[in-house]
Design a protein. Structure first.
Length: 345
């Protein structure tokens, strides 16, 4: 029986993140235990554990969510305790009331859960007195503060490497797709090979989405990060390159689709097709050059030249009447690819 994907992930969290979470939880437990020796510092430990996130920006968001949730939950628990006393069923009532209050104020799911959990813990573990409630709020703020400090001071996470890796993979596959289309254009193709070309081209879309998500995560990891000045320019360059490659992905998919839709065995006899294939190879060269210039590729691939290969617009003779739609479509997409690679408006 396979373990469901809901409880396992493809890659582990960094060990450093586990160590930081453990350190923050222990520190919060000790400090809150010293401040309030009469109670187990459960609220502080939970707050610190939740606040240590993959980025400092996420830590602040989680800290705000936790703090508001605890304050609201504690207020609800104290209010119900003062009104109704301490029957056993008051815990269930507090959970329901907390969920309704979160719904009324349109709280996020995380904040809503924190309200209900905090109300339940206050009534189940302690008392509903105002002094106890105030102590739990202060205890939570101690845990939140320690979690933020630990996450910010102990090697603050910077998610630059995943962005570099995903963008490098996108660039390499985009260049390979250009080469595959260039190799296919002048030669007869079987239906199976045409289907394979389309599948390979469509794989560029999820790779582009993965690169965009990785760059966005990298940019978020720099928010409020003491190490942001070291990596800001690097991520800015990645974002710019990603924006240049993104429309080329669309154009390569469109060119492959047009080739598959309008294919016949005589298309390779068109002089324009041979010229377009050569330009596609040059475009693949320039994509690789852009990726290597940005130091994204880990492959020791030797370039034929460090100079961009798309140096002049392509001019072709008019195609035969049965092929002019395909040739025109390929020429227009090639023009856009050239403009993107040469950074032309």
């Amino acid at each position: 029986m396979r373990i469901p994907a809901a409880i396992r992930v493809a890659t582990r969290s960094p060990l450093l993140q586990v160590v930081k979470s453990a350190a923050a939880t222990i520190a919060a437990w000790l400090v809150a235990g010293w401040a309030f020796p009469s109670q187990l510092p459960v609220f502080a430990a939970i707050a610190a554990l939740l606040v240590v996130q993959p980025s400092i920006n996420q830590s602040l968001s989680k800290a705000l969510e936790r703090s508001i949730g605890v304050i609201a939950g504690v207020v609800i628990a104290v209010g119900l305790g003062l009104l109704l006393g301490s029957p056993r069923w008051i815990v269930l009532l507090a959970i329901v009331v907390a969920m309704l209050v979160a719904w009324v104020f349109r709280a996020s799911p995380g904040t809503g859960n924190q309200v209900a959990i905090s109300a339940m813990l206050v009534l189940a573990l302690g008392s509903s007195s105002p002094e106890y409630a105030f102590a739990r709020i202060v205890e939570t703020l101690i845990g939140v503060a320690i979690g933020i400090v630990v996450n910010a001071l102990i090697v603050p996470p910077v998610l630059v490497e995943p962005a570099r890796r995903q963008l490098g993979l996108l660039g390499s596959e985009l260049a390979a797709s250009l080469d595959r289309l260039a190799d296919a254009l002048p030669h007869p193709q079987t239906p199976e090979r045409m289907q394979e070309l389309m599948l390979e081209a469509r794989l560029l879309r999820p790779m582009k989405d993965a690169a965009d998500a990785a760059i966005a995560a990298g940019e978020e990891s720099l928010t409020l990060n003491p190490r942001r000045s070291t990596h800001r320019d690097e991520l800015r360059e990645m974002r710019a390159l990603g924006e240049r490659l993104s429309p080329i992905v669309t154009q390569v998919i469109g060119m492959t689709r047009a080739y598959a839709d309008h294919y016949d065995d005589s298309i390779g006899e068109e002089p324009a097709v041979i010229a377009i294939a050569e330009q596609l190879r040059r475009a693949g060269h320039d994509v690789r050059l852009a990726v290597q210039s940005a130091e994204l590729s880990s492959e020791p691939e030797a370039l034929t030249s460090a100079i961009p290969a798309l140096t002049a617009p392509l001019v072709v003779r008019p195609p035969s009447s049965q092929h002019w739609i395909l040739i025109g479509s390929l020429m227009e997409d090639l023009r856009r690819i050239r403009g993107g690679l040469l950074d032309e408006d």
